[in-house]
Design a protein around this ligand. Structure first.
Ligand code: OGA
Ligand code: MN
Length: 307
């Protein structure tokens, strides 16, 4: 079921029928998405400096039939979208606190910084820009073993932890603590096939997923690949919170789509911003944030906190 649906949305010729893809911006949305209350009073952090709009203006939905998949419609200002795109491209790819898919292949020269080279050297840009697929932060996701380790951990970016805490608190998860992240860089032909994320010690804490740049079709199914999936558009700024049952559900990105919007949600382009804006024109960035540890623990090895 899941794989067949994935194939349908992935296909380019013929282009798939997208009428079943849930669009939280459409007015008839109530059939598939139920509006859910937010908890603005629980947000105490400085949301403005995190690039967010005031919480009372956000719209939160639960996707019907998913058992807890929450969709938060773009809560960012356009400056906020630029801020996070810049953090992802320039900072979350900079050594020493991240790991990149490029590390294993020797694509970067000794001490070479991906974004600096992409900006300063058109030749390097041509070869390097599209090769970046992911960066990991905090507890580094191990793509082979899928096991986290205390020795494979770097400092988690403080502002990304604060952003995650604000979104988690506002959507009903006051104890969420961001400890690991995968930043996925999608080009227009990239896909992410069906999987579940189950390596974390704490599978009760939700997964938080932030999207920037071009639009994705995101699929969420159930506990097995036999379950039927629902597809939904994720646009720049949108946030997915995979909570409760949906925390363990199969999900995938069969397609990245270009939707022409003028100006784009990340705003107009001034000179400083030009290269970031150019990147977003043919890419999607997904920041996938996880709580790895059980509540009260400071490392994988440490004993539970005393009550
Ligand atoms: C992941 C993931 C979804 C997305 O990184 O595990 O599911 O929207 N990403 O890119
Ligand atoms: Mn995932």
């Amino acid at each position: 079921m899941f794989k067949k649906q994935f194939k349908k949305y992935k296909s380019r010729f013929p282009p798939p029928d997208l009428t079943d893809v849930v669009d939280m911006r459409r007015s008839h949305v109530g059939e598939n998405c139920k509006l859910r209350p937010l908890r603005p009073a629980d947000v105490t952090a400085d949301w403005e400096s995190l690039g967010l709009r005031p919480v009372h203006g956000w719209r939160l939905f639960e996707l019907a039939g998913t058992g807890g998949l929450l969709l938060l419609e773009d809560p960012f200002t356009s400056e906020g979208q630029r801020l996070w795109a810049q953090r992802c491209l320039r900072d979350f790819t900079r050594k020493p606190d991240c790991r990149l898919n490029l590390d294993a292949h020797g694509d970067l020269l000794d001490g070479e910084d991906w974004w600096t080279s992409c900006c300063s050297d058109p030749e390097r840009r041509r070869s390097l820009l599209k090769k970046l697929r992911w960066s990991t932060l905090g507890y580094h996701h191990n793509w082979d073993t899928k096991v986290y380790s205390d020795s494979e951990r770097d400092e988690f970016p403080e502002d990304l932890a604060s952003l995650s805490a604000v979104v988690a608190r506002a959507t009903g998860f006051p104890d969420f603590s961001a400890q690991g992240a995968i930043v996925n860089f999608y080009r227009m032909d990239s896909t992410l096939s069906g999987h579940t994320d189950h390596s974390e010690q704490d599978l009760e804490a939700p997964l938080l997923s932030f999207s920037f740049g071009q639009t994705a079709i995101f699929m969420v199914g159930g506990r097995t690949l036999e379950d039927e999936a629902t597809a939904v558009f994720l646009r720049s700024g949108d946030v997915v919170v995979m909570s409760r049952q949906s925390r363990r559900s199969y999900h995938a990105v069969p397609r990245v789509l270009r939707e022409d919007r003028d100006p784009p949600p990340w705003g107009s382009l001034d000179a400083d911003w030009k290269l970031f804006g150019d990147y977003l024109e043919d890419s999607r960035i997904n920041v996938n944030v996880r709580q790895v540890l059980r509540p009260g623990r400071r490392s994988l090895a440490s004993p539970p906190a005393r009550k």
